[in-house]
Design a protein around this ligand. Structure first.
Ligand code: FPP
Length: 253
């Protein structure tokens, strides 16, 4: 059976998170500058956004720029910021038309002013959309996000607005950048690296992790579907036994 027919549309994850890796290597393998890889990576972004939207996936988080990425050569950072601005400017209308709602997580204030402006416009323009929520992680560090949450909670406790005894896993999550989104059930990383790289460390606690050797600029519908089929073949136990899960499934069938 074709992979495109193998996805069970009744068992899709609500939220997919992706680490789009391998742009630089893909370009180098072709004798091109790394930036060429980032440009081609935008084609994959469009493909994945469109297909997630069509499938009815509710949340898609893309790791577009990590806090650590600021340490790359200035020319590459500048090119990435310019690409981001141009892409958002070009695609915002299309996102609006396709019922995609855009969000950003990460250190928004650290982005160049022009980036902040384009992103703010796209966020506002798509705010009433009800389809796919596209969340861009920009200047994002999960450790920093957790530290920020801890600081907000500490301030709340000191000011008497938060009771320490009332902090639990779900209340803590309300202080993260992702407060309004469910945790991802599936995390995809391209390009053959087996790391999480400071990405959604709290939120990925129970996610299924899927790694593929495909470089991001080559990632297409077919590869998204392969990841989904693989996800659907896994048994998500959340610490329980396989027998408990099967009994529970039989009872609810
Ligand atoms: C990782 O590949 C990729 C990035 C740091 C940037 C990702 C950006 C895009 C795909 C384009 C812009 C995105 C949007 C949402 C408009 P790498 O450079 O680390 O590759 P390497 O590991 O081969 O060096």
């Amino acid at each position: 059976m074709d992979i495109l027919d193998s996805v069970d549309r009744t068992k899709l994850p609500k939220h997919i998170a992706i680490i789009m890796d391998g742009n630089g290597r893909w370009a180098k393998e072709r004798g091109q500058d790394r930036v060429y890889g980032h440009h081609e990576g935008v084609i994959s972004v469009r493909e994945v956004v469109n297909n997630c939207g069509e499938l009815g996936i509710q949340y898609l988080t893309l790791y577009a720029f990590s806090a650590e990425n600021w340490n790359r050569p200035k020319a590459e950072v500048d090119a990435l910021m310019e690409l981001l601005v141009n892409t958002i400017r070009k695609e915002a209308e299309e996102l609006k038309k396709n019922n995609v709602r855009m969000h950003v997580i990460g250190d928004f204030q650290s982005l160049p002013a022009i980036c902040q402006k384009e992103l703010t416009e796209a966020i506002e323009m798509t705010a009433s959309n009800t389809g796919l929520n596209l969340i861009l992680a920009l200047s994002y560090s999960s450790r920093q996000e957790i530290i920020n949450a801890a600081k907000k909670i500490a301030t709340g406790i000191a000011g008497g607005t938060i009771e320490a005894a009332n902090i639990n896993e779900s209340t803590f999550a309300q202080y993260l950048d992702t407060a309004n989104f469910p945790d991802p059930e599936l995390m995809i990383r391209t390009s053959g690296e087996y790391r999480i790289s400071n990405y959604l460390l709290y939120q990925l606690a129970y996610a299924e992790l899927y790694f593929t050797d495909v470089h991001w600029p080559e990632f297409r519908k077919q590869h998204l579907y392969e990841a989904l089929v693989n996800y659907q073949q896994r048994e998500r136990r959340f610490g329980k036994t396989s027998e408990q899960i099967q009994t529970n499934t039989a009872q609810h069938a």
